[in-house]
Ligand binder design. Sequence first.
Ligand SMILES: *Cc1c(COP(=O)(O)O)cnc(C)c1O
Length: 435
Amino acid sequence: MTTPNPNTRPRSQQIFRRALDVLVGGVNSPVRAFRAVGGEPIVVDRAAAARLWDADDNEYIDYVCSWGALILGHAHPKIVEAINYQARRGTSYGMPTELEVELATRIRRALPSCEKIRFVSSGTEATMSAVRLARAATGRDLIVKFDGCYHGHSDSFLSEAGSGLATLGIAACPGVPQALAALTLNAPYNDAAAVEKLFNENPNKIAAIIVEPIAANMGLVPPSKGFLQTLRDLATRHGALLIFDEVITGFRVCYGGAQSLYGIAPDLTTLGKIIGAGLPVAAYGGRRDLMDQVAPLGPVYQAGTLSGNPLAMSAGIASLDLLAAPGFYDSLEALSKKLGDGISAALRETNAPATAARVGSLLTLFFSRDPITNYADAKKADTKRFAAFFQSMLARGIFIAPSQFEAMFVSAAHTAADIDCTIAALRESLADVSA
Ligand SMILES: *Cc1c(COP(=O)(O)O)cnc(C)c1O
């Protein structure tokens, strides 16, 4: 394997110079700019399976996997075939297709709480639309979200949000009207008592609780025992809806998502990332009586020129069929456990000031010795040390998310050899940054 370092990326640098001139910050999504880890981003030329190559032909084992969308790795032959086949038949019709029915049927089979589904083009649209529906259905305006959870970039979700806002330290986003921001109530993750307090302080005013059932946008933070069930009970008792934002966890932690893993049925669910296999698609779905309030059946308006895009539907169908194969999630778990165990062993051996979290194929290495149960804990992590660790890994050909506040994603395309190689690089990198 080649060992890339910034000096071996002249062509990437040249392209990024041009990008800086014509694109904001040189990127189309902020975390890609490497601001939190320093240096310049890799500029990707191509990818296959678990590998990325940059514009200088340096090779990386990829644990970003398009931020979790690529559970099958890059350019899986079956996905490529599905896209090619569909592209020849037309890329967008703006009219119903059988493909939409096929994908929706598969999703409902996997997540029975999604009795009806509406496809959109991004996770942001899905959560925004789910909240609009929740407000309409309950006749209430307030929503509860958790610090460090990320639900896309629409106005209501930008307070104390995870992902890029955590990475860049943006606690509240300018441009969001104060009157709208005031309708979002924040609580610490894993703190159901705080949510109960919000319900008591705002009787009959809270439309919905929205939560990442496994938080993965402040780094990986699993739900504590009973947390999600308590949210379910609180929502029911107070006449509010429970929205599971499964944009990352859907088809990731198991075929049925976090809701099937924990046996909790939310009223509404948002999906994205994996269901499009790397093409732009997302969805919201839920109880039939709620979804039937969306236009054209009801007055809650929501639409999209490219919604249900046939290329994305085809890729999604091909992807879910591969994920439904017996043993798929068992193999992914075995691979992820190998990585998780390797990381834990390396932490013990190097006595590095870090803690590892893992749920299935989601992992985060926090540079903190304390347990991480919420955003306040996550923010105590040593982000400078993380930055050094990131660069050390990158120089060894391992690409992880360029932020402490993101997860690593293992895909089915990673091999046992990739994991061994990653653990070896990790051990050296931990030694580097612990020195
Ligand atoms: C990525 C993500 C979103 C936003 O999805 P986009 O497609 O980037 O708009 C929403 N919720 C969660 C949990 C996510 O991880």
